[in-house]
Design a protein around this ligand. Structure first.
Ligand SMILES: C[S@@+](CC[C@H](N)C(=O)[O-])C[C@H]1O[C@@H](n2cnc3c(N)ncnc32)[C@H](O)[C@@H]1O
Length: 559
C-alpha cells in the first residue's frame, strides 16, 4: 500500500473528527503560497466546508496544559503549546495539522539582512526590529519556565519564531468560536486557515453548537467557478499595512513639557495604543494629527497663549504663522519619509515571493505618501490664497497676537466667509514680509544693507533693520500689522514682569545695538536717524521676529 501523504493524513484527520468538505483541493501557487481551489462549481449559499471546534488550538487549551505561565500573553503560551505538540509528533492529537503547516513562515521576524533591505526605511522595519527584540526577552524568560520534562535545547529561538509566526500569520479571533467572549484571544483553526484573503469576498462563516462540541461552516456568498481559488475575507483588519504610521517627535523641543500638556488638556490623541502615533490611509488624514502638529510648531508666544487652553477646537487653527510652519513641517516630514523609501535600490526580478510582497508593501507606502503630500500641498495652496485675499482686502484680526484663541470669532468667520475663487498662482513670498520685499521698494536702504551685510548669514539682523525702517514709513503696507502688535506689546510690557531670561536677552540686544547703530548713524546719518533706530525700536523688532516669523525663508507673517 502506498504511504499516505501528510496532506491525506490531515484531511482524513479532519473527516475522522466530524469535519466535512467538498469540491475543494489544496495547492500551492506559483509563488509558493498555499491556496484552496474548487474542483467543481460551488453555488451561491452552498456550504462547502464544516470544521469542528475540537480541532482548534485555543488559548484556554494551552493555558490549561501550561498552568505555570500565567504571566505570559496568550500568544506566547499558545506558541509554546504548539511547539510542545510538534515535539511530541505522532503522539499529539494535532500532529496531522502541525505536520502540514508551512515549515518556513516568511514573516519579517525571520527576514535575514538581505530580506530586511526590502523593508528598509518603512514602518514595518522599525516595528519588526522592536517586536523581535521584545520577543527575544519573552523567549529567554519562557526558557526559565518550561515544564520539567522539556529540555531547554528542545526549543530553539528559530522554533519559537516559527511558532509565533504561525499565530501571527494564521490565527483567528476566538470570538469565531464563542461570540460572547470578551477580551482578545486567538485560535488556530485547521482548514479554516487554509483560505487566503481577498477583500470584499462574499463568504459567510456560520457557527453551529456550543464552543466545545460545535463547528464552523463556510457558506459561499457568490458562485465560484470550477478551478478558481476560494478566498476568505479576514475583514478590514487584515489591511493593517495599508497605512503609513507617523510619530512626530517632541523630544528635541525645549518646550516639550508645556506642549505635551496642551495636547493633554485639549485631549488631542490619535486614539491608538500610542497616542502620538497616527495612521495615514489613502483616503484619510487624521484631523488630530494636524492639531498635534500645530502644537508642535508653536513658538513661545503661541504656547504662552495656549498654555491654559482646554478646547481642542481652538487647535483647528492657531494662526497664520503657525499654520504655515505646521504645513512646512508636515511636508518635510512626509517628504523625508518618501525620500528614504525611494533611496533604497532593490532588485525587482527573480526574487522570492516574500520579497515581492515587501516590494508591493513599499509601493503601497509610497503611494500613500504621494497622496498625502499632494493633499498637504493643496492645504498650503489654499492657505496662501486665503492670506492673499485677506491682505488684498486689508483684513486683519482685531487683536494682536493674531491667534484664534485671542480672536476666536474672527477666525471662525474666516473659514466660512472666504471663497477661494482665484486661480492665479500666489506664492508664499507675496503674502509675507521678507527682507527682499522691503528692500525692493527702498533703494537707499537696500544699498546700505548690501554694502554691510551678508544676506544669508545675517538674515536675522537684516530683518530687524528692515522692520524698524519699514515701521518708520507712515504708508507702509504693513502699517495695520505694526500698529496692532505695537499696541499689544505696550499692554503686555506694563503687565508682565520681566524674567531673568528676558533681562539677559535684553542685555544681549543692547550689546548688539551699541556695537552697530551708533556707527551706522555716523556713516549714514540721514537713514539711521537715532529717533527711528532707537534701542526700543530694536527691542520691538526683536519681539516681532520672535513672535511672528517663519523660517526657510525667514519672513514675517503680518496677519
Ligand atoms: C490563514 S493563512 C492562509 C493560507 C496560507 N497561504 C498557507 O499557505 O497555508 C494566512 C496567510 O496566508 C498568506 N496570504 C493570505 N492571503 C493572501 C493573498 N491574498 N495573497 C498572498 N498571500 C496571502 C499570508 O501570508 C497570510 O499571513
Amino acid at each position: 500500500m502506498l504511504q499516505e501523504t501528510a496532506m491525506e493524513t490531515y484531511l482524513n484527520w479532519i473527516k475522522a473528527n466530524g469535519g466535512t468538505f467538498k469540491k475543494i483541493e489544496f495547492k500551492h501557487d506559483s509563488l509558493g503560497v498555499g491556496c484552496v481551489y474548487t474542483t467543481q462549481t460551488v453555488q451561491e449559499d452552498e456550504n462547502f466546508a464544516t470544521v469542528p471546534f475540537k480541532l482548534c488550538i485555543t488559548e484556554n487549551l494551552a493555558r490549561k496544559a501550561l498552568p505555570d505561565l500565567g504571566s505570559f500573553s496568550g500568544r506566547i503560551v499558545q506558541t509554546l503549546y504548539l511547539l510542545l505538540q510538534r515535539h511530541s509528533r505522532e503522539d499529539s492529537f494535532y500532529w496531522p495539522y502541525i505536520n502540514i503547516l508551512p515549515k518556513v513562515i516568511k514573516t519579517p521576524l525571520v527576514f535575514d539582512d538581505h530580506d530586511m533591505r526590502f523593508i528598509q526605511n518603512t514602518n514595518l522595519e522599525s516595528t519588526t526590529r522592536e517586536r523581535k527584540a521584545a520577543l527575544f526577552l519573552d523567549f529567554e524568560k519562557l526558557l526559565e519556565h518550561l515544564p520539567e520534562e522539556i529540555d531547554k535545547n528542545d526549543i530553539t529561538w528559530e522554533d519559537f519564531l516559527w511558532g509565533y509566526s504561525v499565530f501571527s500569520s494564521r490565527s483567528f479571533p476566538y470570538t469565531l468560536i464563542d461570540p460572547t467572549f470578551e477580551g482578545s484571544s486567538e485560535v488556530l483553526f485547521p482548514l479554516v486557515d487554509a483560505l487566503n484573503h481577498k477583500p470584499n469576498t462574499k463568504i459567510t462563516w456560520s457557527r453551529n453548537g456550543d464552543p466545545e462540541t460545535g463547528s464552523l461552516s463556510f457558506v459561499a456568498g457568490q458562485a465560484i467557478n470550477a478551478g478558481e481559488e476560494i478566498f476568505n475575507n479576514y475583514g478590514p483588519k487584515y489591511n493593517e499595512f495599508d497605512h503609513v504610521a507617523v510619530k512626530p517627535n517632541f523630544s528635541q523641543d525645549p518646550n516639550q513639557e508645556t506642549k505635551l500638556n496642551i495636547l493633554k488638556q485639549c485631549q488631542v490623541s490619535s486614539d491608538n495604543a500610542d497616542p502620538l502615533v497616527f495612521y495615514f490611509h489613502r483616503n484619510n488624514m487624521p484631523r488630530a494629527f494636524f492639531k498635534l502638529m500645530r502644537v508642535l510648531v508653536m513658538n513661545s508666544l503661541e504656547t504662552e497663549h495656549y498654555a491654559m487652553c482646554t478646547d481642542g477646537n481652538l487647535l483647528d487653527f492657531v494662526g497664520y504663522r503657525n499654520e504655515i510652519t505646521m504645513i512646512s513641517m508636515t511636508l518635510s516630514l512626509f517628504k523625508s519619509k518618501l525620500y528614504a523609501l525611494k533611496s533604497v535600490q532593490l532588485e525587482k526580478e527573480h526574487i522570492p515571493y516574500w520579497q515581492t510582497f515587501a516590494l508591493m508593501y513599499r509601493a503601497g507606502q509610497e503611494d500613500i505618501l504621494d497622496i498625502t503630500i499632494k493633499k498637504v500641498e493643496e492645504m498650503k495652496h489654499s492657505l496662501i490664497q486665503q492670506m492673499h485675499q485677506e491682505e488684498k482686502e486689508d483684513k486683519i484680526a482685531p487683536c494682536a497676537p493674531f491667534l484664534s484663541i485671542v480672536n476666536p470669532l474672527y477666525f471662525q468667520q474666516q473659514d466660512s466667509s472666504i471663497e477661494l475663487t482665484s486661480n492665479e498662482f500666489v506664492t508664499l513670498d507675496t503674502v509675507v514680509m521678507t527682507a527682499k520685499r522691503v528692500l525692493n521698494n527702498d533703494a537707499t536702504f537696500a544699498a546700505i544693507i548690501s554694502e554691510n551685510f551678508e544676506p544669508e548669514e545675517e538674515a536675522d539682523i537684516i530683518m530687524m533693520l528692515c522692520l524698524v525702517r519699514e515701521n518708520s514709513k507712515p504708508d507702509s503696507r504693513f502699517r495695520r500689522f505694526f500698529d496692532r502688535v505695537t499696541a499689544a506689546q505696550s499692554n503686555s510690557v506694563t503687565s508682565a514682569p520681566a524674567t531673568d531670561a528676558a533681562a539677559e536677552d535684553r542685555a544681549e540686544l543692547k550689546e548688539m545695538y551699541d556695537s552697530m547703530i551708533p556707527a551706522f548713524h555716523e556713516a549714514y546719518p540721514d537713514v539711521f536717524d537715532l529717533k527711528v533706530f532707537s534701542f526700543e525700536a530694536f527691542v520691538w523688532a526683536d519681539m516681532i521676529l520672535n513672535s511672528y516669523s517663519i523660517e526657510n525663508p525667514l519672513a514675517i507673517v503680518p496677519l
